[in-house]
Every structure is written in structure tokens, then in C-alpha cells.
Design a binder for this molecule. Structure first.
Ligand code: C5P
Length: 299
């Protein structure tokens, strides 16, 4: 039941943001090869995890920080760094020390693990001087998780397929209220529920603004069925405003016109559930902003 002020993602020479993403809508068109075909618009929050990354003189990848008791070899950041190491064509294998500060809860639909992996890839590509193209980084990233490519790309986009076919768009940016219920939604479980809506009609690219306006998330019925407590929270939030679920849940957000409105809504929903974060949504990822990029992540 706490309300926190979304701390701006920290800037520091070797501490890099791994922001959260939101889905402004999420349409599920069908199934293909164990995955679902989606249409969505991604944007980034000025709130999320942070990674401190330094090169090592030996070839080890050493993780520290918030590792949730999981062996480092199972961490997406370790897998991402190891996958990049293999791309070094000549000279000794480079290594890195990576310290992870986690803020984005796992199972919240905000892409935390994927964002951590993407930040490691974009930064190590530079630190190690690999010169790997954005396209190739995204191909490697997609093998780690469906949300990794959009974080590598770093710009708001209309995405299709598993989320890897991206076309840049510029939805409204600004203040946002994020609600983080203390509920873990497993992406695989939500996608496999019978309540899952899997037959939405594809929209044309030009129709993305209307879809954003509608804010429909086809995963909502399945997420609510998978976690009955979440259905209660969604109902309560709905009494205050039209909140939208991100990804496969469990987080909900509301775009608001002003910071004053943001504070009012945050106060109203602070009694509903979990943590309420006041932050803002952007079309350029805070990672790419810090790296001074508005183009491909490899420049
Ligand atoms: O790629 P990610 O690790 O996020 O996906 C976890 C699981 O969620 C996949 O193994 C798959 O079962 C399901 N999924 C899906 N369709 C998607 C994304 C994920 O069915 N587009």
C-alpha cells in the first residue's frame, strides 16, 4: 500500500538504465510455433532497473546485486553477455563485472529481465568494441526473450510477430501512474489459459493511434482468471479510472494529462493494492537517452 515517487533512472558513467516497457495495447492474432503472434505498441518508462557494467581484463562474467537467489548462469544478463562474448572474432575473450539493481518486479508484464539483458548487450557491444549491428543484437536477444529486441531498439514502436518486427511510432508521452500488485503473472501460464483471446483481427499500421486510444489487452481475461486476486484489484482500479494492463500482467497503468492529476490518481488508488509508482512514459528509452542516441543502438 505504499506510494513511491518514480526515481528518475540514475545517470553515471558506468551505471546504465534498464527501463520498464509498457504495452499501450496488446492484440493476439493467433498461435505459431509455440508462440503467439501479436500486435502492440511499446513505450518506455522513466523508471526501472539499473546495471553497473565494467570491463574485466580476464574473460569472466561476474554478476552481483539483486540476483534473487538464482544461479548466475540462469540469469538472462549472464546469458546475454555470454552470447555476445562468442561474437568476438579475434583477440582474447573479454569479460565484465555487472552489478544489477532490481526495481521492476518479475511477473509484472513490464519486461524487467528482458530489459536487463538488452542493456547488457547494448553496453557490452560498445565496451568490447564488437560493432554488432542492431539487427544482429535483436536476433540474439530474441533467442533470450520476446521482449529483448524492443529494449535493444530503444524507440517506441508498433511491433508485430513475437514483438521483433518493429516500426517506430510516436504516441503521447508524459505523466503516468503505475500500479504494481503483489501478484506474479507467469507469461507462459497466461498465454496457455483457455480464456486467452487468440483470434483478434489484425489492424493496419495506420490504425495504431485508435488502438492506443482503445487500450485493449487481449491477455486481460486470461491474466485475471490465472490470478483471482488480480481480478479484484482490476475491478477496484476500474472504479477510479480506465487503467490498462501491461503485457501479460500483473501491472496496470494510467496515462494522465498533468502531474497534478497523476498525484491525485496515485493518492486515490494507493489503497487498492501493492505499490503505486508515479513516473512518465517516453518514446526514447532512458538507456538510449543516456548513451546519446536517437538511432540504432550500435552507433
Ligand atoms: O519469450 P518469453 O520468455 O517472454 O516467453 C515466455 C513464454 O510465454 C514462451 O515460452 C511462450 O510459452 C509464451 N509466449 C507466447 N507468445 C508470445 C510470447 C510468449 O506464447 N508472443
Amino acid at each position: 500500500m505504499s506510494e513511491v515517487q518514480g526515481a528518475k533512472l540514475g545517470l553515471n558513467a558506468d551505471r546504465y538504465p534498464a527501463p520498464a516497457k509498457i504495452n499501450r495495447f496488446l492484440h493476439v492474432l493467433g498461435r505459431e510455433g509455440g508462440y503467439h503472434r501479436l500486435q502492440t505498441v511499446f513505450q518506455f518508462l522513466d523508471w526501472g532497473d539499473a546495471l553497473t557494467i565494467r570491463s574485466r581484463t580476464d574473460e569472466r562474467i561476474v554478476l552481483s546485486g539483486d540476483l534473487a537467489g538464482i544461479p548466475p548462469e540462469q540469469n538472462l544478463v549472464w546469458k546475454a553477455a555470454t552470447a555476445l562474448q562468442q561474437k568476438r572474432l579475434q583477440g582474447p575473450l573479454p569479460g565484465a563485472d555487472i552489478h544489477i539493481e532490481k526495481v521492476i518486479p518479475p511477473g509484472s508484464g513490464l519486461g524487467g529481465g528482458s530489459s536487463d539483458a538488452a542493456t547488457a548487450m547494448v553496453v557490452l557491444n560498445r565496451l568490447w568494441g564488437l560493432g554488432i549491428s542492431e539487427k544482429e543484437l535483436c536476433d540474439i536477444g530474441l533467442g533470450l526473450g520476446a521482449d529483448v529486441p524492443v529494449f535493444i531498439h530503444g524507440r517506441a514502436c508498433f511491433a508485430e510477430g513475437r514483438g521483433e518486427r518493429m516500426r517506430d511510432v510516436s504516441p503521447d508521452e508524459g505523466p503516468l501512474v503505475l500500479v504494481l500488485p503483489e501478484v506474479f503473472c507467469s507469461t507462459a501460464q497466461v498465454f496457455s489459459r483457455p480464456e486467452m483471446v487468440r483470434d483478434s483481427a489484425a489492424i493496419r499500421f495506420e490504425e495504431w493511434p485508435q488502438a492506443v486510444e482503445q487500450g485493449r489487452n487481449d491477455c486481460l481475461p486470461a491474466a485475471l482468471a490465472s490470478q483471482p486476486e488480480l481480478a479484484h484489484i482490476a475491478h477496484e482500479l476500474g472504479q477510479h479510472a480506465r487503467f490498462v494492463m501491461s503485457g501479460t500482467g500483473s501491472s496496470f497503468y494510467l496515462r494522465v494529462p498533468t502531474r497534478e492529476k497523476m498525484r491525485t490518481i496515485a493518492g486515490l488508488v494507493s489503497t487498492v493494492s501493492g505499490q503505486v509508482v508515479t513516473t512518465s512514459v517516453t518514446n526514447l528509452s532512458p538507456l538510449h537517452m543516456q548513451l546519446g542516441e536517437d538511432g540504432p543502438a550500435t552507433r
